[in-house]
Design a protein around this ligand. Structure first.
Ligand SMILES: [Zn+2]
Ligand SMILES: [Zn+2]
Length: 278
């Protein structure tokens, strides 16, 4: 089967490797769509701590083409459209036991990240994957494979918004209008809050507005902290979501936040998801 193998910074090759064998509790999943995340870009540029060779891609969807002998046929059949739970968390540590699997203390030593003698990676950029049936989520066949591939980033955003415990009518600031920022707009608006989006790119500001943002602004065009204060009756946002990976913006996120406001969230796509409580 074909895979996109990353051999080192800016060195990728289309390679033929052995088809994966499935165990009794696994299915063979044919990948039908795979999103490119900023983390994939970092793997490509070499701005990464993980080992090469690597098969990237963790935002993927696909189709079940074969089921293992112990997989319950009432749950999964060939032809099912599925996405996969991707974290290689241990299931044993404090975080795993408390529903914070993304903070599992063992994740970064797993072969998905560091595989000194083999291939690392989530492997969405391969034709087929052997997947435990317990890691699969089924979609209706009418859902587009490309839309399904947004499940993982959307899952991160739902986690982020749920942890912020938004209340009806609050002022919420979303920093950044990329994929994660725009998904935050969609999910936050469903909570009945007023959404402000800080984004320098005009096209992204326009998209944020189309998706329901109440106020969009360019943080480079003036004093962004002053602007947010003015827009929020002088107090600042009740909740700030920072969807950028720029550490300087984490400081701004604090300045944007109202006195007495409960929290600010710092979010990237899993497995880097973090929550900054202030
Ligand atoms: Zn991602
Ligand atoms: Zn763990």
């Amino acid at each position: 089967m074909k895979v996109i193998m990353e051999l080192g910074p800016k060195k990728i090759e289309l390679r033929d490797i052995e088809m994966p064998e499935i165990a009794a509790d696994e299915v063979l999943m044919k990948v039908r769509a795979n999103g490119l995340c900023q983390n994939d870009v970092r793997d490509y540029t070499g701005d990464t701590l993980w080992t090469y060779p690597r098969i990237g891609g963790h935002e993927f969807s696909g189709e079940v083409v074969k089921i293992g002998t112990n997989v319950n046929p009432k749950r999964f059949q060939t032809g099912d459209h599925v996405v996969k739970y991707i974290l290689p968390n241990c299931g044993e540590c404090y975080y795993c036991k408390n529903g914070r699997e993304n903070l599992c203390t063992e994740i970064y030593t797993s072969p998905t990240f560091k595989n000194e003698n083999g291939v690392s990676g989530f492997r969405g950029m391969s034709e087929y994957l052997a997947v435990k049936s317990t890691d699969l989520f089924k979609y209706p066949k009418t859902t587009d494979f490309i839309e399904m591939a947004f499940t993982e980033p959307l899952g991160c955003v739902i986690n982020s918004v749920e942890r912020a415990h938004l209340k009806l009518g609050q002022d919420v600031l979303i920093i950044g209008g990329g994929v994660m920022g725009l998904l935050h707009v969609l999910v936050a608006k469903l909570q009945g809050v007023r959404v402000l989006v800080s984004e320098p790119n005009e096209h992204r500001r326009h998209l944020a507005q189309k998706l329901g943002a109440d106020v969009v602004f360019n943080p480079m065009a003036g004093d962004a902290v002053e602007f947010v204060k003015e827009e929020t009756g002088g107090s600042g946002a009740d909740v700030v979501f920072n969807t950028t990976a720029n550490p300087k913006i984490a400081i701004d996120a604090i300045n944007f936040t109202a006195a007495g406001a409960r929290r600010s969230c710092l979010v990237q796509c899993t497995p880097m998801s973090q929550l900054l409580l202030i």
